[in-house]
Design a protein around this ligand. Structure first.
Ligand code: HEC
Ligand code: HEC
Length: 281
C-alpha cells in the first residue's frame, strides 16, 4: 500500500510538471466558458464559477454526489476540510485534494480520483476550492491566491510548446500510462486500481476497440465494471498527442512497443510482468 501511495504521488507530481508544460493550452478548450476570470473577483463570484465547473465541465459529478463512489461534498466538505490533516488549513487541504488527490485518501473509498489539473487551469481550480469551502464553511481563497494562479496559467500558456515526438515507436507506452494516471483505476502487473479491467485483459484485443474505449470511454461499458462506469474521463485522451495515443493503443494491445513485443504469444500475456514489456522510466 505504501508503495502504491508513493507511486501515485510520483505520478501526480510528474503529471503536474507535465501538464504545466504541455497541457494548459488544451485545458482551455476542455472547459469552454465565456466568463473571464480576473484577480479582483469577490469570493462569492469565484465560488459561483467553481460551482459551475463542479457540476459541468469539471466532471466531478461522475463520482461525487452518487453516494458510493466518492464522498459527498455538497454542504459538508467545507466543514470537514480543516480536520482532515492535522496542521493543514482547509484551503490547503482542498487545493491538495484537487492536484494530488492521493496525498490523503478519505476512509472507505478507493483512490480513483486523478489530478484535476488535467481538466482545469490553476485559476479554475481555485474557483473550485472557493466553492468547496462554501459548502459548510467559510471561503478563505483570496485575491492573492487567485492572482498567483492566473499568473501561473499565463506563464504556462506563453511557454514554448514541447518538441513533439511524432513517431509512436519512439514513445514508451508504460510511461504514457503512468503520466496519464491510468493506474488510479486500472492495474498492470498487479500494481494499480481494482475498479477497472486490468490492462493484461486488453492484450490481443482489437486495437480499434481499445482506441475507442480510450477516446470515448462510455461507447462500450465492460459489464464486469459497471459499478464504476462513467468514471473514466475522456479528457485523458484529449491530453495525448496522436502519436502518444497510437503508442498507448499498441502497448495495450500487444504488451509492448516494438518488434520484440509483437512476437509474444497473446495467450501468455497475462503472465508477463510490465517491466519486461519495454517499460523504462
Ligand atoms: C473518478 C472519480 C472522481 C472524480 C471524477 C472526482 N473525484 Fe473527488 N474524490 C473521489 C474519491 C473516490 C475521493 C475519496 C478518496 C480520496 O480521498 O482520494 C475523492 C475525494 C475528494 C475530496 C476530498 C473530500 C473529503 O471529504 O476530504 C475533494 C475535495 C474532491 N474529491 C473534490 C473533487 C472535485 C472538485 C472534482 C472535480 C473537479 C472531483 N473531486 C472529481 C473521486 C473522484
Ligand atoms: C477514474 C478511473 C479510470 C481511469 C483514470 C482510467 N480508466 Fe479506463 N476504465 C475505467 C472503468 C471503470 C472502465 C470499465 C467500464 C467501461 O467499460 O467504461 C474502463 C475501461 C477502459 C477500457 C476498456 C476495457 C474493456 O474491457 O472494456 C480501456 C481500453 C481503458 N479503460 C483504458 C484506459 C487508459 C489507457 C487510461 C489512462 C489513459 C484509463 N483507462 C484511465 C476507469 C478508468
Amino acid at each position: 500500500m505504501t508503495n502504491l501511495k508513493i507511486l501515485f504521488t510520483v505520478v501526480a507530481t510528474l503529471a503536474v510538471f507535465t501538464f504545466v508544460a504541455n497541457v494548459i493550452p488544451q485545458v482551455q478548450s476542455a472547459v469552454p466558458r465565456e466568463i473571464v476570470l480576473s484577480a479582483d473577483m469577490p469570493p462569492e463570484e469565484l465560488a459561483a464559477i467553481g460551482e459551475e465547473i463542479y457540476a459541468g465541465a469539471g466532471g466531478c459529478t461522475a463520482c461525487h454526489g452518487l453516494g458510493t463512489r466518492a464522498p459527498d461534498l455538497l454542504g459538508v466538505v467545507g466543514g470537514v476540510c480543516a480536520t482532515r490533516v492535522p496542521g493543514q488549513s482547509c484551503k490547503d487541504y482542498l487545493w491538495e485534494s484537487l492536484i494530488n488527490p492521493t496525498a490523503y485518501i478519505v476512509e472507505g473509498f478507493d483512490p480513483i480520483m486523478i489530478d484535476q489539473s488535467i481538466v482545469s487551469s490553476q485559476a479554475e481550480l481555485w474557483t473550485l476550492v472557493a466553492f468547496l469551502e462554501s459548502q459548510g464553511g467559510e471561503i478563505t481563497v483570496n485575491a492573492d491566491d487567485f492572482a498567483a494562479a492566473l499568473a501561473a496559467d499565463d506563464a504556462a500558456a506563453a511557454a514554448p510548446p514541447p518538441v513533439a515526438v511524432t513517431d509512436p515507436s519512439q514513445l514508451d507506452g508504460m510511461a504514457i500510462i503512468e503520466a496519464q494516471q491510468c493506474l488510479a483505476c486500472h492495474a498492470i502487473g498487479g500494481v494499480g486500481g481494482q475498479v477497472a479491467p486490468p490492462f493484461e485483459d486488453l492484450r490481443g484485443q482489437d486495437p480499434a476497440f481499445i482506441r475507442e474505449s480510450i477516446v470515448d470511454p462510455n461507447a462500450t461499458i465492460n459489464p464486469d465494471y459497471q459499478a464504476f462506469a462513467g468514471t473514466m474521463s475522456p479528457a485523458l485522451a484529449q491530453m495525448m498527442s496522436p502519436a502518444e495515443l497510437d503508442a498507448l493503443v499498441e502497448f495495450l494491445a500487444t504488451g509492448g512497443v516494438g518488434s520484440g513485443a509483437g512476437a509474444e504469444a497473446p495467450g501468455d500475456a497475462a503472465e508477463v510482468p510490465p517491466d519486461s514489456a519495454g517499460g523504462s522510466r
